[in-house]
Ligand binder design. Sequence first.
Ligand SMILES: *[C@@H]1O[C@H](CO)[C@@H](O)[C@H](O)[C@H]1NC(C)=O
Ligand SMILES: *[C@@H]1O[C@H](CO)[C@@H](O)[C@H](O)[C@H]1NC(C)=O
Ligand SMILES: *[C@@H]1O[C@H](CO)[C@@H](O)[C@H](O)[C@H]1NC(C)=O
Ligand SMILES: *[C@@H]1O[C@H](CO)[C@@H](O)[C@H](O)[C@H]1NC(C)=O
Ligand SMILES: *[C@@H]1O[C@H](CO)[C@@H](O)[C@H](O)[C@H]1NC(C)=O
Ligand SMILES: *[C@@H]1O[C@H](CO)[C@@H](O)[C@H](O)[C@H]1NC(C)=O
Ligand SMILES: *[C@@H]1O[C@H](CO)[C@@H](O)[C@H](O)[C@H]1NC(C)=O
Length: 888
Amino acid sequence: MHVLKLWHALSLLALTLPSTTLAAVLAIDYGADFIKASLMKPGVPFDVLLNKDSKRKIQSSVAWKNGDRIFGSDAFNMASRFPSDSFSSVKLLQAAPFDSEAVSYYKSISPAELVETPRKTVALKRSDGTEFSVEELIGMQFSYIKGLAETLAGEKVYDTIVTVPPYYSQFERDAVADAIEVAGLRTLALINDGTSVAVNYAMTRSFPTPEYHVLYDAGASSIRATVAQFSTDHKVSPPGTQITVTGVGYDRQVGGIELDRRLREILVDKFVAKHQKDVRKDKRGMAKLWKEAGRVKAILSANSDAVSTIESLAFDIDFKSKVTRAEFEEACGDLKGRYAQPILDAVKNAGLTMDNITSVIFTGGATRTPMIQTAVKAAVGDDKIALNVNADEAAVLGAALHGASLSRQFKTKDIKVTDISVHDIQSSYFASAPSTNGKPRTITTNLFPAGSKVGTKKTLTFKRTEDFDIAFDYKDEVAPGFPKRMLEVEISGVSEALGNLTERGATDPVVKATVSLSQSGFISVTEAIAHGEIKDESLTGKLKGLFGGGSSSSEEDTQTEENTPPRETESDTSSSSASASASSSSASPSASPETKKAAKELSTIHLNATVHFISSAPMSLEQKQASRSRLRALDAEEAAKYRKEEARNTLESYLYHLRDLLDEENKDTPFKQCSQPSERDALLVKMEDTFEWLHDRADYAETSQFLDKRNALEALERPIIHRYQEIEAFPQALNNSQMWNWSTRLFLQEARQNLTAEQEADLPSKWTKEELDALEKTLKEHETWLNIWVEKQKSVKSNEDPVIETTEMKARAKVLETQLQKLWKRKVPKVKKTSTATAATATSEASESAKADGAGSNESAPEKEGIPEAEIPQDQEPLQSPKPHDEL
Ligand SMILES: *[C@@H]1O[C@H](CO)[C@@H](O)[C@H](O)[C@H]1NC(C)=O
Ligand SMILES: *[C@@H]1O[C@H](CO)[C@@H](O)[C@H](O)[C@H]1NC(C)=O
Ligand SMILES: *[C@@H]1O[C@H](CO)[C@@H](O)[C@H](O)[C@H]1NC(C)=O
Ligand SMILES: *[C@@H]1O[C@H](CO)[C@@H](O)[C@H](O)[C@H]1NC(C)=O
Ligand SMILES: *[C@@H]1O[C@H](CO)[C@@H](O)[C@H](O)[C@H]1NC(C)=O
Ligand SMILES: *[C@@H]1O[C@H](CO)[C@@H](O)[C@H](O)[C@H]1NC(C)=O
Ligand SMILES: *[C@@H]1O[C@H](CO)[C@@H](O)[C@H](O)[C@H]1NC(C)=O
């Protein structure tokens, strides 16, 4: 239990979002069928992230096998054996209310059992009864991707940008952001997938004259089209490209999954017709057919017919049937008009015609389906179709580039993006005065109409004296069964604040609320203030009123720099930032014209803005923490299991290795030569004990027991290995010692001669006699030690411990070497006049071990002349480090 507590504490930390920005940025294109991911990190090649099987796209699936989670295609394929423990395409359920159409649709494609969560959203139930919310299941997949990214990055990865369809509502965006946090990641931004393809497109191109392109994305769950204007400004250096999204069209019901579903219906009908048995009742059979439908669809993209063969599909019946493309297209006949419609809608929303469009860029897996290509070509003209981006990877690579530019730690091509929100967003509140019939009047404003730029703020002004609520709604249902109301914000502290202002002489105090539509598409109230003009009767006050401040009745929205979190994290109180940028919107009929800014500091009081979620609330902090802990617990459990298995396997293979070493048959092996019979007996006894223990107890044992058993065995083997290693290393060590002995001796001889000659010629010398004497003393000590101990070592048997260790030999040789190098490297002192600095510098610079370490730095360059090559006998070069000894 205490372990769980620890996890909880850790997850708290994770959710409090470290404020330091870390270098790596993870981009995830989370599709209903496939996940693509990419990591941006200095020093890591920019590419799509590969999974452990080197796949570039990873199936959006999670499943359980023997109690452990698996991901990707392994998880997807589990459905045909364990349909209740394999969950795919859960993206379709993001934020879906349990009674919405999305849920009944999901039931038509998946055998998974769905249950309702306390938040009225969806959870999926495993065969053992455990339930996981959609956010948790997606969080697991994000966490799996995080793991892959961290392996590649060699460090923790937090900052994440995830693509979402442009039509995603706040509910769905919240569900994505919640899953990101549940995975232990941090939301850097959400980006509309069409927009990220546009970024990818602009990366390698420039647009001297503005061009419009349609990014057409036929994905698994839906079809969407985004019109974007591209223009490059070459007047600035480096040239900057601006991408402006001007129109979006979409169809939430048509996509690759719907085509799969219809193709499966064909297969089901064929089975039923042939065998008179209802395969629909067989979950495994339906799961097999689901996989088969995907396969057949792919074949039909290139062929006019496909043969479907499934062994033991259901009721022990082997299924075999032929499907033609014509059959498939007929089954999808009613969808024909819908494939291209999003393009036409997007162009219309952008206020353009197809004539303005340079090309329609295809992305998404379903663009490979011939009938979709045909329909789009027919609608926009063959010549407009462009297949010049990677249909699978353009979105994730564009998202990564955008994420990198947001994090501002990378030098990327300067691409600015302006995106739009696609739903009408209204604000409403009760009017202060009831209508004439006494009923409260609701005042509704289309605050951010469809097509509004994201990353903007609007300020609402109210004449209120009491606390009140502002509600934010979608004008229309964003998807069947989804609520319209996003959130309600309670503005409190109004009467106190207004009382205060009035008491201080303010005239007409008002309440202002700043509403932000963030770059990632989240609505929030970022500030609420009470504000009134207080007449400053002093001279400075009057002057301020005359010259300063200036009235600001600027109409337009304030563009915000999105360095703030993409959504207000938790219970949102009014921010403390100065309200200098607040601009007026003519939203409220009670809106008063902006007053002079004079003495504004004195006349602004911050109010509390409390968020209430009426329906489809995002996860609360507590819920996210609980889910995070749950995932961590699963991770830890699986990791512990893995460690135990590994410990058991290593112990087992070690035992076999030992048995081999001890085998009577293997005579005269190094192991035998270096060990004594008593040691082998002890090892044999211990080995047999351990084998027995493994056989009887291993299934109930702890990881530590496996490790302990191995350690105990290794302790017995270690002295034997050591002997062997020493025998192996000894010749080299001796060679090394002798070499320094030899070199020093030669050096001394020559140095003494030179010294004498120099003294006679009255020339400066590099060394003093004392220094040479000291070196000789060290040499003699070394020689003596070596002579004595090498002699002793000669009589040591191979299965006895050595009397001198090679490490000691090396250490002693090093002492000699160091002292020799010191003198060796010395420069000839220049005869007076010439600056002594050179000599002094050179001496102090001399890095004592530079040469011996083989460091080829230029510091040691001057010493090259130090000792003539010839002085080291050719066969006395020091050897490289000993080779490893794993052949024991
Ligand atoms: C779109 O095309 C029409 C007709 O060719 C043209 O008049 C109009 O200026 C174009 N609009 C833009 C924004 O380029
Ligand atoms: C605002 O909220 C804080 C914390 O919730 C509370 O302490 C304070 O009294 C509130 N102020 C007003 C004016 O309601
Ligand atoms: C009004 O509020 C200010 C600070 O916001 C406070 O210093 C002052 O005492 C308040 N005055 C009254 C009359 O409440
Ligand atoms: C050290 O070198 C001297 C002279 O080169 C040689 O006579 C002596 O045997 C060497 N000693 C050892 C222990 O190698
Ligand atoms: C001794 O002097 C000669 C001639 O100047 C020189 O080449 C040699 O390097 C010197 N030897 C040492 C060990 O410094
Ligand atoms: C050579 O030495 C200079 C001065 O210490 C240093 O700046 C330079 O980096 C060195 N070059 C190499 C290759 O070590
Ligand atoms: C010492 O090292 C040299 C150079 O690697 C080698 O040729 C020679 O055989 C070695 N001598 C001994 C005794 O290992």
